[in-house]
Design a protein. Structure first.
Lengths: 110, 120
């Protein structure tokens, strides 16, 4: 069974930099998994942040960036702001029309 | 502007059925694959199903395969999810999602969701 792993929680100071990761329980994440990232605040629908590894969705500030770091996909927030405090989800395309979400990372800015 | 409006959620007993609908506007509906993603209370996102734009090819998560059926009516710009043999663990907010075009395999725009509660 494919499991996509994310840190359950992370904390960053205002103005600081944080990197959230997205891995696989077996194997490495690559660009062929088309990693994408979503931000969700309580009670709201998810918002698309990053797709195809490193492309920002329309209107997303450039302090958000995506990459492959080692064997994982990564979301980096540079110059974190208070309203970046949210849940962040990655999803990987596994082929054959199947997607798997990670469990999400709860980011605290304090 | 893309708009996705889900409806059909509600309370149903275990073993029961429900049909969700999603009315789409603001884009050429038949050009995009569509998906359903759900979120159980206090839990993370789970991809449920996807349907292609023109040829109607479908795929499902193992957790719903054989019980849920996704379909679409391109003449009505509407996406559907028929949910049968519902279980308590199917309780979730169900989001209708516009998928990207051009082989980029991501979830582009999201509806606000409809809550399905399976309880006796």
């Amino acid at each position: 069974q494919t499991v996509v792993t994310q840190e359950p929680s992370f904390s960053v100071s205002p103005g600081g930099t944080v990197t959230l990761t997205c891995g696989l329980n077996s194997g490495s994440v690559s660009t062929t998994n088309f990693p994408s990232w979503y931000q969700q605040t309580p009670g709201q629908a998810p918002r698309t942040l990053i797709y195809t590894t490193n492309t920002r969705s329309s209107g997303v500030p450039d302090r958000f960036s995506g990459s492959i770091l080692g064997n994982k996909a990564a979301l980096t927030i540079t110059g974190a702001q208070a309203d970046d405090e949210s849940d962040y989800y990655c999803v990987l395309y596994m082929g054959s029309g199947i997607w798997v979400f990670g469990g999400g990372t709860k980011l605290t800015v304090l | 502007e893309v708009q996705l409006l889900e409806s059909g959620g509600g309370v149903v007993q275990p073993g029961g059925s429900l049909r969700l609908s999603c009315a789409a506007s603001g884009f050429t509906f038949r050009s995009n694959a569509m998906a359903w993603v759900r979120q159980a209370p206090g839990k993370g996102l789970e991809w449920v199903s996807k349907i292609s734009g023109s040829d109607g090819r479908t795929s499902y998560a193992d957790s719903v395969k054989g019980r849920f059926t996704v379909s679409r009516d391109n003449s009505k710009n509407t996406l559907y999810m028929q949910m049968n043999s519902l279980r308590v663990e199917d309780t979730a907010v169900y989001y209708c999602v516009q998928m990207s075009t051009g082989g980029r395999y991501f979830f582009a725009s999201w509806g606000q969701g409809t809550l399905v509660t399976v309880s006796s």
